[in-house]
Design a protein around this ligand. Structure first.
Ligand SMILES: NC(=O)c1ccc[n+]([C@@H]2O[C@H](COP(=O)([O-])OP(=O)(O)OC[C@H]3O[C@@H](n4cnc5c(N)ncnc54)[C@H](OP(=O)(O)O)[C@@H]3O)[C@@H](O)[C@H]2O)c1
Length: 324
């Protein structure tokens, strides 16, 4: 069977992504074939395309998608043709149909559409491990979260509120601030017009927050340090403006016996039990109505370059999915 997919021969600007038509073989041992109906766009795709992360080339891009199993390879006992599945973190998602390891597949529960699953799996599991395992958010914690109106940020606001935290979101512009307040954040700081650290000090009575979730990296590193309370934890989980600088132990000492971590989803959902735990929490939060997933951008896969450019320019909100 012939499939179209998005491939890049070199890393760089969005136009390095090209379409190619290839013959898709039957799934190999331990694999399933997925007829994909929705593909998730993640900031990680931008890092992989732009060269921020090294890649073996040529490479098919994309890490997350949902769809129906259309064929099952040898040795796969627990999945059947017709099952609805979603996966996150398996390179090669920008296509209509693909083969992938059955060990990374998650069954989509009834009540969750393929679109929502593809829009929320990686972003939701990221929020799960950040808020529940990296720093365990407790009721009453004041929590600072950057990019509050983005894909991960919208889920984090709602999730954190459900855990009983007072969520403080940083975003850009009055409209995004209003959106953040509608989505669980108790406070919204406009990074374009406000002094973030001063607002955080005001909200926390001069103490600072016990945890900062900073996905912006280079541009916000010093601000995040300034927002932390004594013993606070700096969770640097992204590099939208470039990697955070190297952290000197003496800086952590001087800024108040701080902790610093640079976590990544792949570690937190590596073992199958952790993957099932994390995905199970995401499904429960969606089915229970604690987290609403907003697909603000739905685009044909043919618009992949424009969608990357929009995500990088910071003009999207919520999640983006591609319809193959
Ligand atoms: N470590 C992990 O395991 C992991 C897993 C998933 C995602 N992530 C990270 O999480 C972040 C969010 O991912 P996403 O896919 O949901 O993207 P996103 O938040 O929808 O998009 C990025 C957002 O960053 C904000 N931004 C851009 N430039 C900024 C600047 N100079 N200062 C402050 N904010 C700026 C913009 O939001 P505003 O204009 O509203 O501020 C923009 O919309 C990414 O950095 C990604 O790498 C990490």
């Amino acid at each position: 069977m012939k499939v179209d997919r998005v491939i890049m021969a070199q890393q760089g600007a969005p136009d390095v992504m090209q379409f190619e038509t290839v013959e898709l073989p039957p799934p190999g041992e331990g694999e399933v074939q997925i007829h994909q109906s929705a593909i998730g766009l993640n900031y990680m795709d931008v890092y992989q395309r732009s060269g921020h992360y090294p890649m073996e080339l040529p490479s098919v891009l994309g890490l997350e998608a949902a769809g129906e199993i259309s064929a099952v390879g040898a040795g796969v006992a627990n999945l059947s043709v017709g099952d609805r599945v979603v996966y996150g973190g398996v390179l090669g998602a920008y296509t209509s149909r693909r083969n992938a390891s059955a060990a990374r597949m998650l069954r989509i529960p009834n009540g969750i559409s393929d679109d929502i699953a593809a829009a929320s799996m990686m972003k939701g599991m990221t929020v799960e491990y950040l808020l529940e395992r990296t720093y365990k958010v407790k009721p009453g914690d004041k929590v600072l979260f950057f990019a509050a109106s983005g894909g991960v940020g919208q889920i984090a606001g709602q999730w954190g509120k459900h855990l009983g935290a007072e969520m403080i979101g940083v975003t850009s512009g009055p409209e995004n601030c209003r959106r953040a307040l509608d989505l669980g954040y108790a406070h919204a700081i406009d990074r374009k017009s406000e002094d973030i650290a001063a607002r955080v000090k005001e909200i926390t009575g001069g103490i600072g927050v016990p945890v900062v979730y900073d996905s912006i990296g280079k541009a916000t590193f010093e601000t995040s340090i300034a927002c932390l309370a004594t013993y606070g934890m700096f969770v640097s989980f992204g590099a939208t403006t470039g990697e955070a600088p190297a952290v000197a132990p003496s800086l952590l000492q001087k800024a108040g016996s701080l902790y610093f971590t640079r976590p990544t989803l792949a570690n937190y959902v590596g073992p199958r039990a952790d993957l099932e735990h994390s995905a199970g929490r995401v499904f429960d939060m969606i089915l229970g109505g604690q987290v609403a997933v907003n697909i603000s951008q739905r685009r044909p896969l043919s618009e992949v370059a424009a969608a990357h450019a929009d995500l990088e320019a910071g003009v999207t909100t919520g999640s983006t999915i591609f319809l193959p």
